[in-house]
Structure formats: C-alpha cells, structure tokens
Design a protein around this ligand. Sequence first.
Ligand SMILES: Cc1ncc(COP(=O)(O)O)c(C=O)c1O
Length: 353
Amino acid sequence: MSGVLHLARPEIVALAPYSPARWDPALVRLHANENPWRGAADRTRAGLNRYPEPQSSLLIDRLAALYGVAPEQVLVGRGSDEGIDLLVRTFCRAGQDQVLICPPTFAMYRFAAAVQGAGVIEVPLRREDGFALDAGAVLAACTPATRLVFLCSPNNPTGNQLDRQAVRRIVEGLAGRALVVIDEAYVEFSSAGSLAPWLARYGHLAILRTLSKAYGLAGARCGAVLAAPEVTGLLRRVIPPYAVSAQTIEAATDALAGDGVEACRDQVRRLVEERGRVAARLASVPLVSKVWPSEANFLLVESPDPGRLLEAGIAAGLLVRDVRGQAGLSGCLRVTIGSPDQNERLLAALEAA
Ligand SMILES: Cc1ncc(COP(=O)(O)O)c(C=O)c1O
C-alpha cells in the first residue's frame, strides 16, 4: 500500500474537521437550532425538521455491504458527480496541479477541474482499436503535477469496458505518484465485475459508484467514493456535513433493503437483454453505419447523417444524445436503452428516417 496524503492539498490535510451537531437519536435535540415540529406535508420517517445524520451509518453500512468493502472505505455524496468534485477539490491546487483524462469520456472530470482551476492532460482512447486505453501513453503523460487520473469503465459515451491489464499497468505505474480514480457508474451492466477488490492492494486507488443507473435512483442523488480510509477521511473534511438529505438516505437505504438489490439486478438483466435486441435492430437501420459494442445501458451509434436521426427522434417525442461535438466522436449519437416500448418507438422512427 502506498500513501496518498502527500498528493493531497496540504491545506486540506491540515484542516481541522468541521464539527457538526452531535448525532445521538436517543437524546432530544435542543442543540441544532431546528424547528421542533414537522411540516404538514412531511412524509419522511426521520422528519425533515431535523438535520440528517452526517454520513449516515446505516446508508454507509448498506453501501459497504453492496460493494464488498469496509464502511471506512465509503464516502457517500450527492451522486458520483459530487465524488468527482470532492476529489478534484481535495487533491488539486488551483493553477498548479492537473488531472489526466482519456477522452472521449464523461465530461464532469474536465468540468470539475475547470471549476477548481486545475489543468487537464488528455490521453485519447484509441478509436481505431475500439476506444482502447493506451496505458503507455497515460504513464508517459503524467507529470509531477498530475494528482488524479480518471478512468471510466465502462466508458461514457463509448460504452466499452477498459482492458484490465492496461488499467492495472497504470495503477501499478502510478503508485506514490497520483491517485487513480476508476468511475464504475455503469459496471452493473457489464460482463466484468467491479475493481473494488483491488482497493485491498492499492492505497492510491479510488472507485466511483452510483445508485443513479442500475438502481434507478438518479433523482435521489446518491453515489459513493470507495477508497482507503486515508482518502475517505480527507473527503469527509471537505464534503458539507449534511450533504446527503434525509429523503435520499431513506430512498437509498430502502432500495438496498430486503429483496431490493435482487429486484434491481433483475431490471439490469432486462436492460442488458434489451441492449442486445436494440443493437441488432439499429445495425440494420439504413442511416446507421455502426453500432459500437456496449457494456453499459446505452449504445454509441455512428451515422452518415446523425442530424436526421436526431430530428426523427424528436419528431417522435424521443431525445437521444448528440455527442458529435466531442473529440473523436464525429458522426456519433448516444442512445440510452429505455423500456421495450420506448425502444420500439425509437427504432420505428429511425427506420423511417
Ligand atoms: C461515467 C459517469 N460517471 C458519473 C456520472 C454521474 O452520476 P451521478 O448521478 O451518480 O452523479 C455519470 C452520469 O451520467 C456518468 O455517466
């Protein structure tokens, strides 16, 4: 295990943690300037008149069990978007440090870096090789100012799983040099499992997970950073104490209780099946020249006239994502797998375009 504290912003390492109002449900709360009465429309169990438990222990325990890690290795936040933002703010000094990204990829890594004033190094995925990760190029591009290396697997918007050997080469090559962040927002839809077991071996690894995709809770905003306690401890200093709302805590803990996890897995199985069916049909649409293989809940589609496909979708009341503006994605659209009925409507519209 290699430490990471020397990679974090020194002022965050030195920061005395904010001390929120003591959490002790057995005692009456006259210490947090809350209203003693619930609102008339409040349907929560906890009562929205009360601040939620910071880093709810029940939610952390359920996420730790779901992801197969220890509770100290879990930081819960408002989606993995917040995890990305916290990592950048904790590890990158404005005007000095950099993140490394492998485009085309999820846009929030670059966005969070821009907000923080961190530099961005780009090492493109190799489109000619199925958007493969170039481990040698990533290692060569890292500088002493590189603090975070974001790898997204399965990658958004290309849909492919990154090669494990290439990821391992990067992780091993960067021990003591940078924190490697693997975004697994779509891993539930892939044939390969999570890399969370690698956390036992690599202290400079962080994994992003979310309940927004497979667990159907995008509106609740709940995601996790899985990492060594040294890393989650730093992020806990930076995240606002009451970031995760009482409604989110209840929605997420409920979703992970009883047979909730099995029900989600069942939905994932149906979406994966639907992904195969939609991919096959799309491949025969006259205006579609290529459907990239996908390990996620979306398909990257290439067309000689993507504008016409977009318009046909909108005319049928359906939105697909225009990703043509991203480097390396000329002629491409990203189609999310919907319900069978929604997919059928889209396919009919595109076939008629
Ligand atoms: C790769 C990737 N990471 C993270 C996120 C953010 O997810 P969340 O809803 O957990 O903030 C998304 C959302 O689309 C994504 O595609």
